[in-house]
Design a protein. Structure first.
Length: 381
């Protein structure tokens, strides 16, 4: 019987609030664990949430980190777990441990901080340029999520072999639903109806202030709410200054939701009148696709990785041009029924396709390892 390949997955992101990398690990590995020729070791401090996510298949094991401290995790916890469990491959996001007891798989989602340095501190740029570059060179398999990010990594780190395992839209967005029932549920829970939604964590490059300016200057608050969903990682002073200057009657039309789980996000997107995604720089950008699949009118900034969404007709806008965004909002509000992109998006972005790309690279690495071992044996026998 052939020995199972043991794959360790660093899931520390599950110990934090909901983020894109968590979505990526969830979608990719829910597909990969169907392969019983491999054994998967998912590790986090909170293993309960991992069990809820990946279930209790016989080829799955859960490992518990001793602490949420990232230095302890990378320097002590992970190397020990890898060694104790005789792991063959370990999968990380961006940064790998310096002590290496197995082969490394590394997903570098983007290098936005190098392309748009004005949105990141000097310390952040210097620290992560070193860590990401070092980690890439230590990795045996490098993955990323878009053609844009692939080109970034190739150009910046001089690495040719990079496989794309793109993000995909969760199946729940493809499900049929009663719009009026959803809107009623949203109204009862959040006291809003007829709203624009923007789903993204808060950073300056995410452009929240730009969207607020357009919302105020064009008097959209008279007929709509603006719902902003996402974790406040960094403060946006431009947004704060404008928001604090507004009368309460307008502030009441701006709803900011910080700690929101996936089920709530899913419901809020389906209940929206319009989804707007003004982020200036993204390694992928999943919310515009989620809204489009749910047949919610969806518009997005035409920059970085989102240029790949050109198949969404008349949905892109310049994230520095307020007139352009206003015109796109007007265009979408006048549409009698949004175009359906479900089949196209399902075909182009799906976890099965990403899992196949992952497996292809893994098999190439395994084959190369076996060939090298065989050559070594021949030379020394």
């Amino acid at each position: 019987m052939q020995k199972r390949i043991k794959i360790f997955v660093d899931c520390h992101i599950f110990d934090k609030s909901f983020e894109g990398t968590r979505t990526y690990i969830t979608g990719l590995y829910q597909e990969l664990i169907k392969d019983n020729s491999k054994e998967f070791f998912f590790a986090a401090k909170n293993t309960t949430i991992l069990k809820e996510t990946f279930g209790n298949n016989e080829n799955i094991k859960y490992l518990k980190f001793k602490t949420t401290n990232k230095f302890y995790r990378l320097l002590i916890d992970i190397p020990k777990l890898i060694k104790d469990n005789k792991i063959d491959y370990a999968h990380f996001q961006y940064i790998v441990p310096p002590i290496k007891y197995c082969k490394y798989i590394n997903t570098i989602h983007d290098l936005i901080f190098l392309e748009y340095p004005q949105y990141f501190s000097w310390l952040y740029r210097v620290k992560n340029k070193f860590l990401f570059s070092y980690s890439a060179k230590r990795s045996d398999i490098i993955l990323t999520v878009s053609e844009y990010s692939k080109r970034q990594i190739q150009d910046r780190f001089n690495i040719d072999q990079i496989e794309i395992t793109s993000n995909a839209v969760n199946n729940v967005f493809f499900e049929k639903y009663d719009k009026e029932v959803v809107k009623l549920t949203i109204k009862e829970k959040y006291k809003v109806d007829n709203y624009f939604i923007y789903v993204s964590r808060w950073e300056l490059r995410k452009n929240h202030h730009f969207l607020l300016e357009v919302f105020i200057e064009n008097n959209y608050y008279k007929d709509f709410y603006l719902v902003l969903v996402g974790k406040k990682d960094f403060s946006n002073n431009n947004f704060n200054l404008l928001y604090n200057s507004l009368p309460n009657s307008i502030k009441e039309k701006i709803i900011i939701l910080d700690k929101v789980n996936f089920e709530e996000i899913h419901l809020l997107i389906k209940g929206a009148t319009l989804s707007i995604y003004p982020s200036i720089a993204e390694g992928f950008g999943i919310p515009p696709l989620e809204a489009a699949v749910a047949e919610i009118p969806s518009i997005y900034a035409d920059t970085t990785a989102m240029k790949d969404f050109h198949f969404l007709k008349n949905c892109e806008f310049d994230p520095f041009n307020k007139v352009d965004l206003h015109q796109k909002i007007q265009l979408k509000l006048k549409e009698k029924k949004p175009l359906s992109y479900s089949e196209l998006i399902k075909e182009k972005y799906n976890w099965r396709k990403s899992a196949l790309n992952y497996t292809k690279e893994l098999n190439k690495s395994i084959k190369k390892t076996n060939e090298n071992s065989h050559s070594w044996y021949q030379r020394n026998s």
